[in-house]
Design a protein around this ligand. Structure first.
Ligand SMILES: Nc1nc2c(ncn2[C@@H]2O[C@H](COP(=O)(O)OP(=O)(O)OP(=O)(O)O)[C@@H](O)[C@H]2O)c(=O)[nH]1
Ligand SMILES: [Mg+2]
Length: 511
């Protein structure tokens, strides 16, 4: 089954469930939401402790200052950002009808004003916005967890890691500053929301506010990369997140929303004589102090500091001195340095390209829970449908393989396990990544390698020393290779690849 076929069979299954639950309003409501989830773009939640920089990072991804940062009631509410050509904001108070909010901006940033309502009375806020990034992702900003206020913390927890139920988010970007037990606790709870997963396949950690790690020194991001690498190798985090990426969110947000006036101010700073400039940039305090005879006023400097941080201001000045000659160039170089591109590439590679599978996994886990919680006659076809999808949707079987490898192992020797993970898409879903070849490899070579690997794994699967688990892993690998091979099109003239692939997978029974 291809990703699209898998999606259609999941949607069909929702139809089956609708019939089984005819007349049950609550269940039908859940089913409607599940169908919506299947047709929506991937839902990516941004989570982390209080003031980790979640909303700032979200703005960086969107390239607009839409998510409120710092103070205000609305930072305590789960907020969904979805695509729409015309912007609008809807607030959903608990137990009352939804309400539209006016769209207001202050200093370029969107203001979400709850008016008389307190965050406690609000279930969620929906922001519909014409940002291109939202066409392929729904972003969900969540209140800081492990916060002083247990209430706010509880809201994020119950949304992202509902007790005993699958999460509403398909994947998560988790921001941490110093690895804390509560970070690990949260990530473990998130992993456990997926049925049977012993390894998170849909979480990535971000070492956030990376510019502050080296106290804003110009090599701060280098220090941050070292720390991130250490965390990534940390035994516990390894099974809870697919990677750790250092990101300076404030820099990313500032760069993607860089204004011409700001560029001019930064250029003025860059062009100061060396001594004056260096003295100004010694510390944040120094930077905003009154200075005799300086064109760049105190207020302007304060604003630059708020928008880019001391690190960002220092970096911008040196980039301009090194040749960044207009705001477009400077913005591109700052974004590159911020780590945002690496994060976006990671999300694309590990989450978006697997979007259909992640959504289906969340939806059928939830459907299974519904049947458990609301048993009634006639739900047998739902249970059977769930089993069928779990057995047949190859994307799900790959996810299961990836999610069990680090913790339980595949029952294969370490070097083979590594290859199996790669072929199952652990390093990317395109043919070259799966085969461990460079992106420039010709289709012919890719095909030859895929066919050779199929032979290798087929004979491997027949080895009498392998246990059941290992044979299952081999089958998943063979199937992935078959899909790679058929995706590469027919082989040389006269040779029909379908024949090679159809030669079958040993040990693959009828069921
Ligand atoms: N230096 C620096 N400051 C940052 C960075 N990201 C965010 N901040 C600052 O940290 C403060 C909190 O940022 P937010 O984006 O509101 O953090 P949050 O995690 O959304 O906070 P809550 O929603 O209240 O939990 C703001 O003052 C930001 O300007 C960063 O990468 N570098
Ligand atoms: Mg926030």
């Amino acid at each position: 089954m291809s990703g699209d076929d898998e999606l259609s069979s999941a949607i069909e299954l929702i139809g089956v469930a609708r019939q089984a639950y005819a007349g049950d309003k609550t269940a039908l409501g859940v089913l409607e939401a599940l169908e919506q989830r299947l047709t929506d773009p991937l839902r990516l939640a941004i989570a982390g402790i209080v003031k980790a920089g979640k909303s700032t990072l979200l703005n960086g991804i969107l390239g607009e200052q839409i998510a409120p940062t710092d103070a205000g009631e609305c930072t305590k509410v789960v907020t969904w950002y979805r695509y729409s050509q015309t912007p609008s904001i809807t607030v959903h108070p608990s137990g009352r009808p939804a309400q539209r909010l006016p769209i207001r901006r202050t200093k370029g940033a969107l203001v979400i004003d709850l008016g008389e309502m307190s965050a406690d009375d609000v279930e969620r806020i929906d922001v519909w916005w014409p940002a291109p990034a939202l066409k392929s992702l729904i972003l969900i900003d969540t209140p800081g967890i492990a916060s002083i206020s247990q209430d706010i913390s509880a809201r994020s927890l119950s949304f992202l890691t509902p007790e005993d139920a699958p999460s509403e988010a398909d994947a998560i970007v988790y921001l941490l500053r110093h690895l804390h037990p509560s970070d690990l606790g949260f990530l473990a709870a998130f992993r456990d929301t997926a049925v049977g997963a012993s390894q998170s396949v849909n979480a990535v950690a971000v070492l956030s506010r990376a510019d502050e790690i080296g106290s804003g020194r110009i090599d701060s991001l280098l220090s941050a990369s070292k720390v991130a690498l250490r965390y990534e190798r940390d035994g516990e985090l390894a099974s809870l997140a697919l990677g750790v990426i250092p990101v300076a969110g404030l820099l990313a947000e500032g760069a993607r929303t860089l204004r011409e006036t700001e560029f001019n101010a930064l250029r003025e700073l860059a062009n100061l004589d060396r001594q004056t400039r260096e003295r100004l940039l010694v510390s944040a305090d120094r930077f905003v102090r009154p200075v005799e005879g300086l064109q760049l006023g105190e207020r302007e400097r304060k604003e630059l500091l708020a928008r880019f941080g001391l690190f960002g201001v220092r970096l911008a000045a040196s980039l301009i001195r090194a040749g960044a000659s207009d705001s477009t160039q400077l913005a591109a170089q700052l974004v590159q340095q911020s780590g945002l591109i690496q994060l976006e590439d990671f999300v694309e590679l590990h989450f978006r390209s697997r979007g259909a599978t992640l959504k289906i996994r969340g939806v059928i886990d939830r459907l299974e829970r519904l049947v458990e919680l609301r048993p009634r006659r006639g739900t047998q076809p739902i249970t059977e449908g769930i089993e069928r999808i779990r057995a047949q949707a190859h994307g799900l079987r790959e996810l299961t393989l990836l999610s069990s490898v680090r913790v339980a192992g595949l029952g294969l020797p370490a070097d083979e396990s590594k290859v199996a993970v790669r072929i199952a898409g652990g390093e990317g879903l395109d043919a070259a990544a799966r085969l461990g070849l460079s992106a420039e490899t010709s289709t012919e070579e890719l095909r030859d390698e895929a066919l050779a690997e199929i032979d290798r794994w087929r004979s491997r699967a027949q080895s009498p020393v392998l246990d059941r688990r290992a044979v299952d892993a081999c089958r998943v690998v063979i199937r992935s290779l078959e899909e790679v091979a058929s995706g590469l099109g027919p082989a040389r003239a006269g040779e029909d690849l379908a024949d090679v692939v159809a030669a079958g997978t040993p040990g693959e029974g009828t069921g």
